[in-house]
Design a protein around this ligand. Structure first.
Ligand SMILES: [Fe+2]
Length: 144
């Protein structure tokens, strides 16, 4: 069901938001300034996506999950530890997380197409473009 797919997506986005801000606070190393700023950019994007997905669930007459408890219960993305971390580890981890989000958005799109919910399907295209671009950029960065 699309609503369930979207709530899983929403849960992962919420945990990912907390994780990115955790990394923004805990990143250490010579590249601190650039990575600290980049992580803020990334979690700002996720914050907007959280709101958009929750409201999209409402638009299609579903009920968005709204508590951290609910999100943590089903999310596939795992929280970060509260500890200092270098940028390489951060980007290796969030590369995997973006791939989980790509899987979520793909599943939503496939189910939406099957149910002829084309607005939902079209919305997922934007997310897939965004996440795939980020995956490409992170891969480029990790290849140095
Ligand atoms: Fe900050």
């Amino acid at each position: 069901m699309i609503t369930e797919d979207l709530n899983l997506f929403l849960s992962n986005l919420n945990v990912f938001y907390r994780k990115l801000q955790n990394y923004h606070w805990n990143v250490k190393g010579e590249d601190f300034f650039t990575v600290h700023a980049k992580l803020e950019e990334l979690y700002d994007d996720v914050n907007e996506q959280i709101d958009e997905i929750a409201e999209h669930i409402l638009i299609i007459d579903g009920e968005p999950l709204g508590t951290m408890h609910d999100y943590l219960e089903i999310a596939q993305i795992q929280e970060a530890q509260n500890e200092k971390i270098c940028s390489k580890k951060i980007f290796e981890t969030i590369l995997k997380d973006y791939n989980i989000l790509i899987e979520n958005a793909t599943k939503v799109k496939e189910d939406a197409d099957n149910e002829k919910k084309y607005a939902t399907s079209a919305l997922m295209d934007e997310y897939l473009q965004d996440f795939k671009k980020k995956v490409w950029m992170i891969r480029q960065m990790l290849m140095q």
